[in-house]
Write a protein that binds this ligand. Sequence first.
Ligand SMILES: NC(=O)C1=CN([C@@H]2O[C@H](COP(=O)(O)OP(=O)(O)OC[C@H]3O[C@@H](n4cnc5c(N)ncnc54)[C@H](OP(=O)(O)O)[C@@H]3O)[C@@H](O)[C@H]2O)C=CC1
Ligand SMILES: CC(=O)N[C@@H](CCC(=O)OP(=O)(O)O)C(=O)O
Length: 343
Amino acid sequence: MKVSIIGATGYTGAELLRILNMHPAVEISYLTSESHTGAAINTIYPHLSGVYDRCLVSMQAMEDIGRESDVVFIGLPHGHAMEVGKKLAGTVKIIDLGADYRFYNTATYETWYKVPHTHKESGAVYGLTELYREKVKAASIVGNPGCYTTASILALAPLVQKQLVDVTTLVVDAKSGVSGAGRGLSLGSHFTEVFESVKAYNIGGHRHTPEIEQALSELAGTEVVISFTPHLIPMARGILSTCYAKLKPGVTPEQVDQAFADLYGREYFIRLLGRGGYPATKNTRGSNFCDLGWHVDARTGRVIVVAAIDNLVKGAAGQAVQNMNVMFDLDEKTGLNQVPVYP
Ligand SMILES: NC(=O)C1=CN([C@@H]2O[C@H](COP(=O)(O)OP(=O)(O)OC[C@H]3O[C@@H](n4cnc5c(N)ncnc54)[C@H](OP(=O)(O)O)[C@@H]3O)[C@@H](O)[C@H]2O)C=CC1
Ligand SMILES: CC(=O)N[C@@H](CCC(=O)OP(=O)(O)O)C(=O)O
């Protein structure tokens, strides 16, 4: 299977290469970059030396890329994938790691991302694999979920789906390592700004809010709105998402346990730590696992669910490869069974 990556010099592009090297059915075709065209990928990412020495090409070579690929991953900032998608649609399978293909209602995308959606007829499918596997199987274009959204939706989905919680009370408090912001330099993500500090940002206005709401509304069968507060923390990788909801009267802790077991009991990449479990980013680092633990607080009538993922793996490149495996009818774990890096 021939694979190309558009935007290979980003963190998600590099992570795709790390994972795809362990995938027996994959052969890399083209890697693109506009600012490093002609350079070898291992000069941009020395950790790939001895594994990949491929030269980067411009995405202007799109016709060649389309002809010589079966699947194309796009790791560009939002707003840039649609042009690529329009050119390649119908010739290859496309998995976009950004936000351009995540929304069924493109007006929601336009409102939150403040750019016009120029590929409304794409037929793209939202690629949270465990929840939309059947749709992903038949998809030509997949909008791979965001990192905060993957952790938060997976944490709340069983409770919302089984109608165990009051959906007007959902609160998501999430923390991300700095690689979530990509490799580009910015004041907010440089060392002295981030080290020895934790800060909230985009309170009430983060772009992952409508994405979480889209999935939870579909599961609930009614429109759901949430309060979502992201935080930046001084580590490279990892997301911890702590989610709160008021239980409906009479719901028992055993019903909560059952909801998680019913939805995820057979899912390899979702590890249920159970009631009283404490997920930690260190236990998922470098892997495609999402760890979930939950607590039923009888005193407040709330359920609190904690999810841990690696933002670059289950939150981006790993889930993208998981989706590729589903689209090509391969074992979903292919290329993805690495044990987390610990400690
Ligand atoms: N980092 C994360 O944890 C996650 C990221 N994502 C999403 O995945 C996508 C890629 O993220 P990430 O790899 O972190 O981003 P990076 O900022 O690390 O890389 C972005 C890539 O896009 C290219 N690029 C930047 N600006 C432009 C432009 N104007 N036109 C064309 N190419 C451009 C750069 O390549 P060059 O300059 O070499 O051409 C680079 O390869 C984004 O949409 C992001 O939101 C999703 C989930 C998690
Ligand atoms: C720490 C950090 O800055 N994280 C990013 C989210 C990364 C991601 O998943 O973004 P997309 O939805 O754009 O793909 C942010 O808050 O914007």
